[in-house]
Design a protein around this ligand. Structure first.
Ligand code: 5RP
Length: 221
């Protein structure tokens, strides 16, 4: 069922592509559905910045123009999903281990559209563990540092990121103040990226609901 909900939400997201813009594309199953629908808007897409090798591979199959992030100044809209998103548009991301690229690309984008099924739209973040990408030699040090705030960090097995790093999935974090936790984790040496997106939140959430309707929520100005 969730796949169907991701698809109907992705279909609505496609309508936001306009004016022959450069767009950013995240990664994961929701985005894979989104890419399948993207061909209808090819004439409106100048080029794409992709967040993962998997997304790039699929986009190339459809003959999209993949751009180098170092050669462009800004991106119009970034389309991605999340593992969880709350009412403040803050997110947990990184289920697919592409969080570093996703954070960079979303930070360069004028608008972030997050496409989810209803199960991911939560009141409080923290049902899923928070993924963090880390430099391999800092693993034990970081696990210890996180234990000081009561968190339990588990190494994601058989996972090496596109940057050659490791992923820790962090459980038992107190996320009453996710902004503070994002900053705290960012300050630990050896952390590359934390999968909490509280600084660069989404601007628009598109939700595929269980009754097969789609809700669109815009950030309050
Ligand atoms: C990848 C992500 C994904 O957006 C997140 O894991 C959701 O994935 P899916 O669309 O497969 O449910 O953050 O790093």
């Amino acid at each position: 069922m969730f796949n169907k909900l991701k698809k109907i939400a992705a279909k609505v997201a496609i309508k936001y592509i306009k004016n022959n813009n450069i767009i950013g594309i995240g990664s994961g199953t929701t985005i894979s559905h989104f890419i399948d629908l993207l061909s209808t808007e090819k004439h409106n897409i100048k080029g794409i910045i992709s967040a993962s090798e998997n997304s790039t591979k699929k986009l190339k199959k459809y003959n999209f123009n993949i751009l180098n992030i170092n050669k462009i100044k800004k991106i119009g809209i970034y389309f991605d999903s999340a593992d969880e998103i709350n009412h403040k548009m803050q997110m947990i991301k990184g289920g697919g281990a592409a969080l570093t690229n996703e954070k960079i690309i979303s930070s360069l984008s004028e608008i972030f559209i997050c496409i989810v099924d209803e199960s991911k739209y939560v009141k409080y973040l923290g049902i899923h563990p928070v993924p963090i990408e880390i430099i391999p030699l800092a693993k034990n040090f970081i696990i210890k540092k996180l234990s000081y705030i009561g968190a339990i960090a588990k190494l994601r097995i058989n996972t090496v990121t596109e940057h050659g790093n490791l992923i820790l999935d962090v459980y038992n974090l107190n996320l009453d103040n996710p902004v503070k936790i994002e900053k705290y984790i960012n300050n630990i040496p050896g952390i590359v990226t934390v999968g909490l997106f509280t600084k660069r939140c989404a601007d628009i959430i598109i939700i595929g609901n269980k009754n097969y309707t789609v809700s669109v929520i815009n950030k309050k100005k």
